[in-house]
Every structure is written in structure tokens, then in C-alpha cells.
Design a protein. Sequence first.
Length: 570
Amino acid sequence: MASTLPRLPIFEAIKSHNAESTAVVHSISGRRFTYGELVNDVAAAKHKLSQNTGGKKPEGERIAFLVENGYDYVGASPLTLLSILANHAIAVPLSPTFPAHELRYILDQSGSLVLLSSEKFQAKADEVLKEGMETKPINYKQEKIMLGKKDDYVTLEEPKSEKGGMMLYTSGTTNRPKGVLLPQSVLTAQSMSLLKAWEYRPSDVLLHVLPLHHIHGTVNALFTPLFSGSTIEFQFPFNATALWERLGAPFLPNADPNKKPITFLTVVPTIYTRLLSSHSTLSSELQEATKKALLPENMRLNISGSAALPTPVKSAWSELSGGNVLLERYGMTEVGMALSCGLDFADRVDGSVGWPLPSVEARLVDSDTNEIIAEGEELDKEGKERSGEIQLRGPTIFREYWQNPMATESEFVEGEDGKGKWFKTGDVAVRREVSEAKHAQDWCKGKMYFIHGRKSADIIKTGGEKVSALEIEREMLSLPQVSEVAVVALPSEAWGQKVACVVVLSEMGKTGGRGGKQWGAMDMRRALKDRLANYKIPQEMKVVEGIPRNAMGKINKKALVKAIWPDLVG
């Protein structure tokens, strides 16, 4: 009997690709799976899942999963993710690195019907469910799907529901994580927007080193390349040496013909930083091979996102790669990707996240007056740039926070034109004309956006002036004594808030102060004197061994301030 999949855009796309072309590669083992096999296996996994939900239809239900990145087990992504969508259910990807109590919270808050786990994470799944939760465990231990070679027996049928999609959880930096519901239509719209902007191709080989419980690893590096027929090679978790070895492999003498050049790399800034710092430790042969791998004619697209990209990292990568320029973009769990620089190198302007992506509407709203900053009104009467909150609208925006109508309502504002609500991102930016931009693609229109940071954590109001923490961090990271930095606000009776910074020193910084001593606050102020206005220069500096970051390289500044200055913030 023929297997079936619903006629959703993602399955129409996967089935339309050449059945013999490679869809997924497991980097370590070298195992390869074709699009024909993927279609067959998703159909089989769809049926298997529907038989394991305790007699309850999976349609509209939340299905959580705890699996490794790859294709090696029937429980692993992308099979799990696609089989859940094929059942018109809502996929809830979980991070294996989260402690059991956090995973238990997500299962409870989402009301997940079942928890799928692969053999590798069976013990973790058992620990999560040991509290007697209603969620049922499904472990696919030693149960493999027979891999087919073609998709002749899989047919597409009209979808029976519109309830399917994905639910990702916010990082919870200000309160408990919220479930962000992304219906299938939103996932499709996000992928279509990126397909047009970044021009994914069937010839692309994307190296996937990102976790799959974030929008970056799921939509940018999984859904969209599957829509285009690209090859996705999984190499997770990230290891700098292993990544360099994979990038350089096709350019070594006697290279394995199965190791195709990586053409598409999308990761977070901390990964680029670690790659740059480790490159000199490679053998001379591998150093030369990796430099060839990064050349623009081989590495078609290298993207940085999920956190601000320091200028020194961007410059060092360009120098190492023979002129390849990192593309910066802006997005978040609730909206997917919203703004992006263009494919032409001239449209990758330092410090900018570019223009609204195809199908995305963006505007700035003055944080103080709540007035929309219209085109041509980017400067105030004194000629200063007006910053405002980024608000977004369009088919790529999430539907709701799961079972949290108050939070959903508070984050949207009605549009004055009657064309729908705008989502309040909480991120502040300025918009300015950039003369050197080429506007090479038709969606690269108008003024470019420059992010100043989060309204709550990165906009510091000191002595009546609004200061961008990200601007100060960018300048400090260009100093050779600074390896990492987080600029934060501290309470001040005199100024309302004062600028402070938490710094990880480089080797030079440990001996680069006056008289060969450790670089200190006075050295910092002298170094920034000609770079920043006086009120922007940090008044306090604390040196630490390391700054905690999450999986996407982001810093919880509220928690950092509490840890470093507990007496000031209580």
C-alpha cells in the first residue's frame, strides 16, 4: 500500500527534488541519505508516530523530542521534526544540555502528549519523566526504518488540518521561558523569505553545527535548505578542530571525493571567534587547505547572527578568507529572520543588519514619545539620530505565546492603517543612509538598520543621554587588550544609570597596563578617550576569567550584573 504525506509546501518541495541527490550527511560517519530516502523515511516515521500516541490523534498535539542532530537513528532530526509536521502536530524540540527540571517545565507548560527520544538520550528522557508526568515516553531503541532508494510509493494527499507547526521556547532571560507557536504557514513564509534573500541552491552544501531548539538551527539551517534541495551535513556539537578539518578536507592532497566543499556556513559570532583563535594551531598543510576552503569562490555564503558581530572578528575573518565578508542579519524566535544585509559584498556594511527581508514590514517607534519614526525623520531638531524600537509585521511573525494570552497581547500593537498588528521586538535601532551600499537585490531598499541593543539591557540612560551598550562593546573589542566584554548599566544617584563593563582580558591585556601591570580601568579610559564621547566611557570595570553565554552566544546581562555587583542591585 502506498505511503502518504500531506501536501504541505515542505513535502511538495522535498518530493520534487532529484530522488538520488544527497539530502543529509552525517559528517563523522560519512553516511549519506538521498531525498528519495528522506521522503520514504518521513512517511514511515509519520505512520510509526501516529501508532504510538496511546490511541489519541496527534493532530494539533504537542510532540516533544530529545534527539541528536543527524539522521543515524529513526528518532533523530530531521526525521523526527518532519514526521511530527506530517501528522499535523506541533514539534517541540528540546535541548539535551538543559537540566531535567527545565525540560520538565517545557513538557508541562506545552502539555506535550509524548516525548520522543533516541537511544542516546534515553536515560535523560527517563530522568525528565520520573516525576510521574502525564507525558508518555517513546524510545525508538533498536528499531530502525528500512531505508528505501526512491519515493515511488509515497503519494501526497490534501492536508487534513492546519494545526501543525513548531514551538520553540524563549531563553527566559527576564522570566520563565515562553512557548513561541510557529504554525506551518509561518515556517513556510520564513523559508520563502530566506530563499529569495540568500538564494539557497541545490548545489549548496551547508555545514550544520547548531542546536536544533533555536530558530537559527531549525529554519535557517534545516527547513530552508530542504526547500531548495541543498545538502545538509550535520557536525554537532561544535568542535573547532573538527570543523576546520571538515572545511579543509576537499582541498588536501589525495582528498576524499565524497567530501564536497562546504558552500554555506551560518553560525554565531563566538564560533567564528573560536575558529580564528584556533587556526594557527593547525598543521601548515591544513592551514593552507582551510584558507582555500574559505575563499569566496568556494565558500559562497558565510553568515553571522544571533548576537552582535565584533568588527575585529569580521575583519580577521575577511583577511583569513581571502576577502570573504561575513553577512550579518537580525532575527529572533518570534519572527525568524527579519533584517539582513545583501549578498553583494558592498551590501554587507559593518555594524549594520541591513534591510527588511522579503515579505517583512519593519518600522521604528521612538521609545520615549511612542511616535513612529517615518522615512526622512531619522534626525531630531538638534541633528541627533533618533533611536526607536523595531516593530515587525507580516506572514513570518509567530502566532502566539502558548497558553499566555496576556503576554501575547502585551507584545503586539494595533496598526494605524488597519492592515494588522505589529510585533514589538524590544530591540532598539537607528536607520541611516549608507552611501557605499550597492542595493544589488530588489529587496535591499532604503536606509539600513543598525542595532543598538535590547530596550531593557542594552540602552543605558545616563545623565539624560541614551547610550548603546553594543556600540561601546564594539569599540572595546577593537582594543588588543580585550578578549570579551559585556557593557551594562548600574544604578547611579547622580546620573540615573552609569555605564560599566565586565571584561575578559587578552594575553596582552594581562601585562599591557602601565608599568607592565594588568590592564586596568584607567588604561581602558585612556584607550577609549578618542573613540567615544566621555559619557559613553565605562565608569567601572571588572575583570573576570569568563563571561557566561548561552548556546547561541548571548549573555544574560541582568544575571551578570547580579553576580558581579550583588550589593548594587540587591
